[in-house]
Structure formats: C-alpha cells, structure tokens
Design a protein. Structure first.
Ligand code: ADP
Length: 480
C-alpha cells in the first residue's frame, strides 16, 4: 500500500517502531520471568529434598514422618495439595510418604531411577489436569557410593502458571492499548508539526490558481526547518513578484514607446493622403516619417541588445586597450554635434590608462554618456571630461552644465525606459534605454557607474573600471 500523506507515514513509522519494541520487550519479559520463577521452584524443591533427606535418612518406614508436612507447607507455599514427599529404598520400593498423595501417583520413572543410580538428581513435570502441573525432584542418597535411599519432593506449579497467565493477559491487552494510544497521539503530533506545511501548500495552490504573487505564507515563530522553509518560500515569492512587475512594466513601456511613433506615422500618412500634395509637402512627410522609423529602429535595436544581455548571449571581446585614446576619439566625434549647440567639450584631464576591456562596448558607453550630456545641456553649455588612474582603477568622469536630474529620479535613471521628462527625451531622440545598456556594459567589465546631479546646475557621470582585474570573455547577464 502506498501512503501519500507524510503525516500518516510518520505516524505509521512511529507506531510500527513502538510496536516492535513493545513486542520484543514483552517476549523478553515473559521468557526471563518464567525462567526465574521455574528456577525458584526448582531451588525450593532442592532445599526441601535436602531437609527430607536429613530427616528421613535410614528411617525406612511407610508412615508419614512427623513435622515434614508442616515444613513443606511453609517452605513450598500455600495450596490445597501437591506439596508432597516420598522416600524409596535403594531398590525403588516406596517407604515413607506424605498423606496427601497416593503411592501410585507420580511413580518413580525409569529415567530418574537410572540417573539416581548414577548419583544425579532429576527434575520432572507431570500434568494432572489442564492447569495443574506438578514439578517433582528425585534426589538420590548415596552412602559409600551405593544408593541407599531415593527422595522425591514435589509441588504444584499452579502459582507460577497463574502468574504467567496473568502476565500474558496483561501484555495482550496493554500492548494493543498502548499502540492505539500511540497512533492517536502520534497522528495528533504529526498533524500539529505539519500544519505549517499544509499552509504553505494551500498558499502555493492559491498563488498557482490565481497568480496572486503578493500573497505570503505566515512564518511560524520557531526558526525550525519549517520556519526556514516558509521564509525561503516567501523570499522566492518576493523575487518572482518583482520579476513579474518588471516584466509587466517592461512590456507596457515597450509597447507604449512603439505606439507613439506608430501613431505619428499613421497620422502623418493619413493626413498626407487626404488631398493631393506638392512634391515638397510629400518630401516633408516622408522625411518626418523616416525620423519616426529611425527612432523605432533604435528602440528595437536597443531592446534586442538588452534581451540578448538578459539571455547572457553577449560575448565581450576583452583585450588590452588605452582608454585615453578611446576617450579622445569619442570626444572628437561628439564635438561635431556639440558644436551645433555651441557646447564646448573640454578634456580637462587625460592620463594614459591601460585597461583590459571590450573597445567597441566601451566606445558605445562613452558615446551614450557624451550624447546625453549634449542632449540635456542647453546651448553654449560646457562638458568636461576627466580620465585618471586611481590606484588600480581607471576613473572616467563626464560633467555637464545641463538641466540636471531631480534627486527623486536619480535612483531610477538606469532602469529601462526611465526618463525624467518623457516628451523632452523623445524629441531629443532618446529611447530611454541608453543608460540601462551603459550600466550593463560597465558591470560586465566589473566596473561601477555612478551619477551625481543638481537640477539647473549640471550632471556628472563617473565610471570606475578595474585596470587589470579581468574578466574572462564569457557571457554576462544584464543587471537592470
Ligand atoms: P534617453 O535615450 O532618453 O536619453 P537614457 O537611458 O540615456 O535615455 O537616459 C535616461 C534619462 O536620464 C533621460 O531620459 C534623461 O531624463 C536622464 N539623463 C540622462 N543623462 C542626463 C544628463 N546628462 N543630464 C540630465 N538628464 C540626463
């Protein structure tokens, strides 16, 4: 039979074990007690036979011996019969015998006579009726190596049998009663101990059926295995819940990001088709649509990159490189777009810094940061770039005199699609994914990216990269 409930299994094991111990204990108790009691009877018979031997020696008479009956009564215990003695001569003829026994009862057997001739005593048990057994000791009395007398002493085994019978009845009732009690108590205790597991199970079922990940299991006070299991389960739920929130947020953000340019595209195209336009007007609509298409391509490209990062499918090509060269080069490119807004890019400090990293990804990160600095800095602003060796770190800072980021937004700007001013960022062509990608790249280099900002004053992004610590070229998981 297969038992599916742990509670039943525990109870069954407990009862089976207890039952085995009790049965073994009962057998041992029965065996040793009966052995002791029968030995006690045999010892009493032996002492009695010695007394009879001393009293009776050489007095070969068929009359009962005075005083012996009383002695046997006292020594072998109470009872209506069955404490008797009998004395034979050396040839096996009956001499003296007690009153309560017929000469023909319990005759001298051949075996005990043969043993007596060898000088050995023998014990025999005779059955009178179903519960009436008589134990008989036959003891030889030798003189000069010759058998002169044979003494038989007997007693009933009724008292011993009675004791053993009572013990048997007691064990037959007590053992099952104890087992029934153990089943009830064991079942109760197992249910109590496993109640929190039932609760975990119920909660898990509710979560499974209703997908309500905000539910938590009540953690028992005791920090035992079940308490820890509940805690671990709750922690897992917390992570799952966060994960689902992120996924939901991400899908809604992504669809929103794509819906806006699609709506613009649709609206502009419909408007253009309402009447016949001049070639210049068509050109304007098409170039505006192209901008939206470019914007969507950029979002999809970035999303694709991040999803590959999530799947740890991006392999970074780590090679020794001079970060100063890359910084200088990117700054030169950025100057072209900065000049459109009369923004000055100043390389304030540039030390040669050798690191091991992926040049393409680091260029992409620097470009993101410089591009943001230009986007969010008003005309005629200034951007300062610093590259320094600090112990075993390469520290690169990009500082602008732009609009700044409010304090409450600082914790979120590395999240996907997070923007401080949605509309502004969009008109600047931002996808809201640039900083998430930059953070992923820097952390894949085992570096840190930090931000400090003050609204209306400016923003400083600081990247710290380990110079030597690396970073085997292996797939890395995205972090945000
Ligand atoms: P976007 O493509 O919208 O610029 P990013 O992930 O690069 O997306 O940046 C996220 C948001 O952080 C931006 O929308 C902007 O609000 C803010 N931000 C980034 N860099 C700067 C900066 N240098 N100055 C002010 N705000 C910035």
């Amino acid at each position: 039979m297969i038992i599916y409930s742990v509670r039943l299994k525990l109870t069954a094991w407990y009862v089976a074990l207890l039952g085995s111990i009790l049965i073994l204990f009962s057998f041992l108790l029965f065996f040793f007690l009966s052995k002791r009691l029968y030995e006690g009877v045999d010892n009493s018979l032996k002492i009695s036979a010695n007394v009879v031997a001393k009293t009776a020696l050489n007095r070969y008479t068929s009359a009962p011996l005075p005083g012996l009956e009383n002695f046997l009564e006292q020594f072998l215990g109470y009872g209506n019969i069955n404490k008797f003695y009998r004395i034979y001569d050396g040839s096996g003829n009956v001499g003296s015998l007690s009153k309560n026994i017929e000469p023909s009862q319990f005759p001298l057997t051949e075996e005990s006579y043969a043993k007596a001739l060898e000088g050995k005593s023998s014990y025999e048990t005779f059955t009178l009726s179903e519960n009436q057994n008589i134990r008989v000791l036959t003891r030889p009395v030798l003189r000069g190596g010759k058998l002169v007398n044979l003494i038989q002493v007997g007693t009933s085994l009724m008292a011993v049998n009675e004791t053993m019978k009572n013990l048997k009845i007691f064990l037959y009732t007590a053992v099952p009663a104890v087992l029934v009690l153990a089943t009830l108590v064991g079942g109760f205790m197992a249910r109590r101990a496993l109640r929190p597991v039932d609760k975990i199970n119920q909660t898990a079922r509710k979560i499974g059926s209703g997908a309500d990940l905000s539910r938590r299991i009540p953690v028992p006070d005791a920090q035992d295995e079940i308490g820890r299991l509940a805690q671990t389960f709750n922690e897992m739920l917390e992570r799952l819940e966060n994960f689902f929130i992120q996924v939901r947020q991400f899908s809604s953000d992504a669809s929103h990001e794509l819906r806006t340019p699609l709506t613009v595209l649709k609206g502009q195209s419909e408007l253009a088709l309402r009447k016949v336009r001049t070639p210049e007007e068509y050109q304007e609509v098409i170039s505006s649509n192209l901008e939206e298409i470019n914007y969507m391509s950029k979002i999809l490209e970035d999303l694709f990159y991040l999803s590959k990062a999530d799947e740890a499918e991006i392999r970074l090509e780590f090679k020794p490189l001079d970060l100063a060269l890359i910084t200088e080069d990117i700054c030169k490119h950025a100057e072209i777009i900065a000049s459109e807004k009369q923004i000055e890019i100043i390389i304030a400090f540039l030390e040669p810094v050798e690191i091991i990293g992926d040049a393409v990804r680091l260029r992409q990160t620097l470009w993101n940061l410089l591009n943001n600095a230009i986007k969010y800095t008003p005309n005629e602003g200034r951007i300062k770039v610093y590259l320094q060796n600090k112990n075993d770190m390469a520290v690169l800072s990009i500082e602008d005199t732009g609009i700044g980021i409010p304090k409450e937004d600082l914790d979120f700007i590395f999240n996907r699609f997070y923007r401080v001013e949605k509309s502004r960022s969009r008109t600047e062509g931002g996808s809201g994914l640039g900083l998430a990608i930059s953070k992923y790249i820097i952390e894949a280099h085992k570096g840190i990216i930090e931000v400090e900002s003050q609204v209306g004053v400016g923003t400083k992004f600081k990247i710290s990269l380990p110079k030597t610590a690396t970073t085997t070229p292996s797939p890395v998981k995205a972090v945000s």
